[in-house]
Design a protein around this ligand. Structure first.
Ligand code: AMP
Length: 194
């Protein structure tokens, strides 16, 4: 299986690039943010709990996310591979992902770390906020999300460097230019595994 973790700060373009990667490589998409927003819309117990965290720009507790991920992963069992978008966001989530994939006879193939500087991230998120209808695309919540990213999520880069799977990609330029950079890295990685 080709399992790609797409990583980066809020607004770095993970969702946009995921769509292109999926089309090119025929992967399934798992976005924990999308799954949580669907739970909120349906008014489930998990959705109610998640909503409190999301609207404050904080992370939903690991246990809830890991259980949710395991359920979603089982529904993708017969796929060519999965792109993980917005997951993992903490070291315990990365360890849990490795365990879940190993139990299914596979592993993370590579991690793509989209790098975009802070001013650009804030501009993009404010722009998206005009049409996204997302409760967390406003300036106060954006600032919390960026703080949470730096303190809890960014250290994950180190985890994937140690695993030998980390690739930094410059996340500025046109959508197509950025995708070309990503595609090249994925193809290199596939060749190594052949
Ligand atoms: P996203 O759509 O990936 O930007 O996620 C939106 C929000 O959902 C985040 O700010 C978190 O509150 C929550 N969330 C999404 N994925 C995770 C995760 N892997 N761990 C914890 N919280 C998450």
């Amino acid at each position: 299986m080709l399992n790609v973790v797409i990583f980066g700060a809020p607004g770095s373009g993970k969702g946009t690039q995921s769509d292109l990667i999926i089309k090119e490589f025929g992967l399934e998409h798992i976005s924990t943010g999308d799954v949580l927003r669907a739970e909120i819309k349906e008014g489930t117990e998990l959705g109610k709990i998640a909503n409190d965290y999301i609207s404050k720009g904080q992370l939903v507790p690991d246990e809830l996310i890991i259980d949710m991920l395991a359920n979603v992963l089982d529904s993708k069992e017969n796929s060519k591979g999965v792109i993980f978008d917005g997951f993992p966001r903490t070291i315990p989530q990365a360890e849990a992902l490795k365990k879940m994939l190993n139990e299914r006879g596979t592993d993370v193939t590579l991690m793509i770390n989209l790098h975009v500087e802070e001013g650009e991230l804030i501009n993009r998120l404010l722009e998206r906020g005009k049409s996204s209808g997302r409760s967390d695309d406003n300036i106060d919540t954006i600032k919390s999300r960026l703080e949470v990213y730096h303190s809890q999520t960014a250290p994950l880069a180190e985890y994937y460097i140690k695993e030998g799977k980390h690739h930094t990609i410059k996340g500025v330029g046109t959508i197509e230019e950025i995708f070309e950079r990503i595609k090249e890295r994925i193809k290199e990685r596939i060749n190594i595994h052949l």
